[in-house]
Design a protein around this ligand. Sequence first.
Ligand code: DLL
Length: 437
Amino acid sequence: MMFDAVAESMPVERRRALQTERLRAQVLRLKGANDFYRRQLSAVDVDLTIDDLASIPTISKPDLWDQYPLKAVAVPRSHLRRIHATSGTSGRPTIVAYTENDLDIFRQVNARVLAGAGAGPGTMVHNGYGYGLFTGGLGLHGGAEALGANVIPISGGQTARQVQLIMDLEPEILVCTPSYAATIADALAARGIAPEDNPLRAGIFGAEPWSESMRTQLSARLGLTALDIYGLCEVVGPGVAFETAESDHRMYVNEDHFYVECLDPETGHEVADGEVGELVFTTLTKEALPVLRYRTGDLASLHRQPDGTGRTLVRMSRILGRRDDMLVIRGVNVYPSEIEAVLLGDEGIGTSYAIVIDRRGEMPSVTVLAEPVVDDLGSEAATGLGTTLARAFKERLGVSCAVRVVGVGQIPRIEIGKAVRVHAWTTEHNPFPALLS
Ligand code: DLL
């Protein structure tokens, strides 16, 4: 089902005309807004079309940090209705602001996401994304209300209570991070509830990297269709792009509001359809804090070929990594999500794991801590599983990692916020004193 069939299935050429129209109006307005936009747009022609977007210089996170907290806001303060922020895994927080119209767009795009997962008026949605400055909770919440769905605003944490409410209220849709979905799956299993005995039909999981192997595990362990959702607070929050059960593991970008380019991170040139590059977004309709050609650091590919489902929006692959989270292990480049894919591709391994970079010596080395699915594996089988996985890392990624299969429940479960999967082990700090010595 589509929430906004006109926007989602608009003929591509018509959408391009709409994008040009919106871009022009925005450039014209922002040229006079404040120094931040004036600087970026000084050499840009107000008659540009969407094909001339490359005439606008790109910006990235540090440009926004310079505007901390709200120097770049492009509307009078009295027009602001809400603030959100991201703590960011690196550096300073980024603060963003919304007008009433921005909030309306935020609700609409998230209503599209939920409709794409099969929700409609009255569908009960269990919202385990964090409420507060983080955009996840309130973002999906607004989408659910705009759709006429029925939302349980539980936020993160208190997993036992969440599981109880899932069984008692019978929501059909679960929205939360994939790592928290794994925590909920563990808690359901611990209570002896089989996947087919919970009421959930679809999960909308995002805000952090995850892999196809994780999708397979979550779908099986929760008995639902696991769908990806992408977004970032600089662009709006969740709802920038979303999957449906028919979208063939790709996410539709809501490009009538958020125009996307995929650029070679080194040269800044657009890469060909299907090739991996850095996603760069231009908001076309936001009022309070638009971004023009914002470099996300997120790596993915774009696919413009129509997929025959009726939606004509450009599709993106899952996020394959971030420019800044690439690990270099003895000269080999690898992203944490690739490690996850290999690890969880083994049916004997559960969804709790940690990647430890041992920086105590001269050369960093990697140890992966993994939990088996079954509790009573025995030490010989655990060692065997570790050896098999180490071989798989070498064969499939070309990297040497030590793998330690630890006991079920030994790696702390993620309850709140985004999962931190990569940990540094230094002479001063051992991230898992009970497991590493
Ligand atoms: O994480 C917004 C969001 C909330 C998205 C709920 C989806 C669901 P930020 O806190 O600003 O916003 O973090 C944005 O998170 O640049 C990506 O690196 C990462 N990210 C978001 N979604 C995904 C995803 C929200 N589906 C940053 N897969 C982005 C991988 C993701 N990474």
